[in-house]
Design a binder for this molecule. Sequence first.
Ligand SMILES: Nc1ncnc2c1ncn2[C@@H]1O[C@H](COP(=O)(O)OP(=O)(O)OP(=O)(O)O)[C@@H](O)[C@H]1O
Length: 208
Amino acid sequence: MRKRHGERLLFEIERLDIAAASAYVLTGVNGAGKSTLLRMLAGLERCDACRIVFEGRSMPLHPYPAALRRAIGFVHQHPIMFSTSVAHNIAYGLLARGERRQAVAPAVEEAMRWAGVAHLRDTHPARLSGGEKQRVALARARVLQPRLLLLDEPTANLDGPAREQVIALIPTLLERGGSVVMACHDRDLIGLPGIQRLKLREGRLEVR
Ligand SMILES: Nc1ncnc2c1ncn2[C@@H]1O[C@H](COP(=O)(O)OP(=O)(O)OP(=O)(O)O)[C@@H](O)[C@H]1O
């Protein structure tokens, strides 16, 4: 994967292996390209030279393959929500995918319970705290059962119990066999047991 901004080479990564049911943290100084790398994997930013092998099939990252759109989820640092309710925001992706309403309702219930936001089901997203919003965003991504979930600084701007609640959810994201890659600076996330470390440094990816 290579990314340039004009003359500036942001990074050139020869190889990155992401295994099933595995968690990774992606660290690096401000501006190293962590968000850019996640956004490229999610198809939100164009890659200059990228190939991906997904379930044994080699494919380009641009144009972004439909198989990856279904398999990869992305949670923004500042999640944007529809001005409806928490429950509708979580249901939306499943409904857009054409899932039957009878199947969507229990999946949304389960996701809300998992994230500890069931009591907020009818709340307008504008009324959520930062921590609640991040947990709703995680539930909204998890309900789609992605093979790979990309999290961009999931605890940025959170502190106290709100931050701890989000950190506690992260290991449970792996329970269904999917994988997680998180860009972060949070030492408690970086120190989670079993997590593998990736570091962007001077345009190269170090696997630790
Ligand atoms: N459109 C653009 N044109 C030029 N440079 C850009 C553009 N978009 C991003 N950059 C630069 O690319 C670099 C990587 O940004 P990115 O947000 O990926 O870094 P990061 O490692 O996630 O940083 P942080 O830890 O601060 O979130 C930054 O120096 C940024 O200014």
